[in-house]
Every structure is written in C-alpha cells, then in structure tokens.
Design a protein around this ligand. Sequence first.
Ligand SMILES: [Zn+2]
Length: 327
Amino acid sequence: MNSTERIYRVLNNENVDRIPFSLWRHFPGFEHTSNGLAKKIIEFQKKFDLDLIKITPSSGYFAEAFGGCFDYRKDEYGVKKGIKEFSHSSVKSYMDWNKLEILNGKILEREIDVVKIVNSEFKNEVPIFQTVPNAITLAKIIRGEAWIDDIREHPEHFKNGLKIINNAILRFCIDSIKSGANGIFLFTQIAGQNDLSKEEYNEFQINFDYQILNELKNKKVLSILHIHGLDIAFDLFSKYPVHIMNWHDQCTKPSLSEAQKIFKGVVLGGIDENNVLAIKRPEDITLQVKKAIKQTNGKRLIIGPGCTIPINTSEENIKAIKKALTL
Ligand SMILES: [Zn+2]
C-alpha cells in the first residue's frame, strides 16, 4: 500500500496496513529558489518516508507577493522554527485595501515551481499539499496591528482587500493543483475564542474561506485546515468543508477524540512538536503516538505535529514516529 492509497483509505474510513503520519518544517536559507527548497523537501521525504508531503514555503511568502518585505526572525522562537518577520507593508492606511495588488508575482511562481519539482519525484505515490494562508490571516500579516481597527472602523475597505486577497489565493490554489499538488493546506492564525466576535468570524473569515474550500471541493481537491494558536474556537471551524483538520491538539482543546465527535473528517495530530518531539527521547514519542491511537481507536487519524516542527529536531526522534506505528 503506498502513501496515497493509505491516505485515501483513511479519508474513506477504510482499513489500512498502518496509520499514516506526516510532519513538516521550514528550510531557512534554502527557500529563496524553487530548486533549493524542492531539493530539501525531496531529501526530507526520502529520509522519513512521510505519508503526506506538505510543501512549506518561506513564511510570509504570500504577503511578500503583495509587496511586503520579510527577514528571518532573530529571536529564539523564530530561529527555532526558521520563520520570518514582516518589515514593510504595502497597506499603510485603510484606503490602501482598495488598491491592493500582487506586486511580486515571481514569489508565487517560485512556490508553484517547487510543487512541480517535488511532484515529478513522487508522482502519485505520496499526496502533496501546498501551504496557503487564509485571507484574513494574510490581511493581518500585510496590515500589522491596525487590522483589527480596520475591521471595526472601516469594514467595507477591509472587505475589499479580503476580496482581492481571496481571488489571488484561489488562483494560486488552482495553479498549485495544475502543477501537481493533490491538496491545499489552508491555515488560519486568527482562531482564538476572543480574537473576533462570532459575527465577525462569519463576515470576515468563514465566508471567504468557504469560497475557496467549496471551489476546491468541486474540483475534488484534498484539503487540510490548520487552526493555529491556543484557546481556539474549534466549534466555528468544525463545520468547514475540509477533509482533514490539524491544530495544536496537545496544547489546547479539543482533544483528538473530542474533535472527532463534532468534526466528521480525519484529524491530524497527536504529537507535541515543541515539548516532546524536539527535546524528549524516542520512547516519549512512542508514548504520544500510542495515546493518539488509543483515544481515536486508530480511526480517521493521521499522526502528526500541531504545527511546523523545530528545525533542530533529531532524525532519531522523527524516525521514532514511524517505528511506533509499525510496532
Ligand atoms: Zn500552527
């Protein structure tokens, strides 16, 4: 059974030879060319034989396409994960939302080319997912702290920006699929119980995300929603038309089994990438994998981390995941 068959069987809630697993990381220093990143992803895949390849572009790539500038974060967390911070925005006032446009389309082409290269290596054997921020997450990155004032004081202008962003996201998703991606890993970084009111969530986030996800569903494209952060409003996201749900299940509610009661698809999780995978021993990782299987009866489950893994995670610890699945 290859990884593609394994993943599709889990999505259909059919028996598998073993539970699938995946994880993903950034490759700082190699992300600025398609070949550089693709080579790293291919190496990583060959080393660990993951059941699902998540292409993880340079963080903030989509905001960069909209004219933003980024550099690697120098604080401890940024270095640990290989992520970037924003230093310049093309939206300096709420009026700028109306004229937002892709200023650096080459960035998106670069990420599409990564998919092409990785796909040519693993064609149909392993499903490939392109990573894409949702519209409100991207709007927040582009605008910085003023995003929330824009929502509350200039909602129509903000929404014009969201429309422009969502169109660009959809185009990029379709281009990624045409280039060989089997699915989209859509992530939101605005998911906390108190980040927005329920009405605001509907108006500025859920409606826009559904436009993307329904379109992908019509095209029979696989989808993962990653809900980033703690104290998340899981119930709001549990109705999303996605195949797979991923959140920091080891650090915030709901547990995998609680989530399966309200979300009908597959849950991806079980591993605490920061406090266990990166720093503990292989036997501690085995224990986490076993716990995740136990609480879900091994059904509708893909073993994985709550978010990108720290870049210094040892090979031995990553290999412990698959060993625990085949014991
Ligand atoms: Zn995350």
